[in-house]
Design a protein around this ligand. Structure first.
Ligand code: RIB
Length: 306
């Protein structure tokens, strides 16, 4: 079976449900609080593993109890954790997530996510990856590591997928080597300067084409997603869902889409399953725990389509 290597962040999420954001100098009581595993990299790895894809997480946690718990959780979702390092005298990555109505606001502290040795990543990929495998990254780890990892993966002939979240300034050396770039609305705006919607999606794709990525997906939240490959654009509409917490929905989409591709489903089906999975993730508090398994998505689509 082909392998998915996810090089990215692993966080513990501290989720506060609030009525309204506090003003300057104000203290407010939260309505609810949960501590749940997250991190864009780890969430995407969990989403893929829950579909049955062979998924390896490459990342770092601190040498604290949070780090232990984050690794155990990933293992419970069948993500392979052999390439996760516990960094001494360093805290694990954390995220403070404020849930206000249907919106979330996230503040992260990178901790161990910012400590990477490119020689470790090179050894992992050289010893374990082949040209049939995928390297998936986000931007919650240092940009120079992303750039160097792309070079290593490229030399091995791997497929390179980048979810440019949170957006950073990306130069040509990165963009020209990306096989699949995945962006949301604000990331598309940062890259193309277009406030993207269904009327100007072509324009955004044209600009992205000139930057290098071979294929691109733009997700527009409740307005669905657009997939572009050569001259083909596929639109996928979202399924109705009762919003509890949108954290991790984008990550669910990415992991499920890639895993469905790896399991030889066609692009339309992979997009539909990814969209269903994201809609289902929104209905439960948290990220990794809320992402559905393959069987859950099968059942959801059966209900939706019959
Ligand atoms: O994409 C959602 C994730 O972003 C959260 O789980 C949080 O940890 C931040 O990394």
């Amino acid at each position: 079976m082909n392998k998915l290597f996810v090089l990215g962040s692993i966080n513990m999420d501290f989720l506060f449900t609030i009525d309204k954001l506090p003003s300057k100098g104000e203290t407010i009581p939260g309505k609810a609080f949960s501590t749940l595993p997250g991190g864009k990299g780890a969430n995407q790895a969990v989403a893929a593993a829950k579909q049955g894809a062979m998924t390896y997480m490459i990342g770092n946690v601190g040498d604290d109890t949070i780090g232990e718990e984050l690794i155990e959780k990933l293992q419970s979702y069948h993500v392979k954790t052999d390439f996760i390092k516990q960094i001494k005298e360093t805290p694990s990555g954390v995220a403070c997530i404020l849930l206000e109505g249907n919106d979330n606001r996230i503040i992260t502290n990178a901790g161990a996510n910012h400590i990477h040795e490119i020689s470790d990543i090179e050894k992992i990929l050289n010893d374990n990856a082949t040209e049939k495998d995928i390297l998936l990254m986000q931007l919650e780890i240092p940009l120079d590591i992303v750039e160097k990892a792309i070079k290593i993966a490229k030399a091995k002939g791997m497929q390179i997928v980048l979810n440019a979240a949170p957006m950073k300034e990306l130069d040509e050396a990165i963009l020209k080597n990306i096989d699949l770039l995945i962006l949301n609305e604000s990331e598309t705006k940062a890259l193309t300067n277009i406030d993207v919607d269904d009327t100007n999606i072509d324009e955004a794709f044209k600009i992205i084409d000139t930057l290098g990525p071979k294929t691109c997906i733009i997700t527009l939240g409740e307005n669905g997603s657009y997939y572009k490959e050569e001259d083909k654009i596929i639109y996928t509409k979202v399924y109705m869902s009762d919003i509890v917490d949108t954290t991790g929905a984008g990550d669910a989409f990415i992991g499920i889409f890639l895993a469905s591709n790896m399991l030889n489903l066609n692009t339309e089906t992979a997009l539909k399953r990814a969209t269903a999975g994201a809609s289902m993730t929104i209905e439960t508090m948290g990220a990794q725990n809320a992402i559905p398994t393959k069987i859950m998505i099968d059942a959801f689509l059966d209900r939706e389509e019959n």
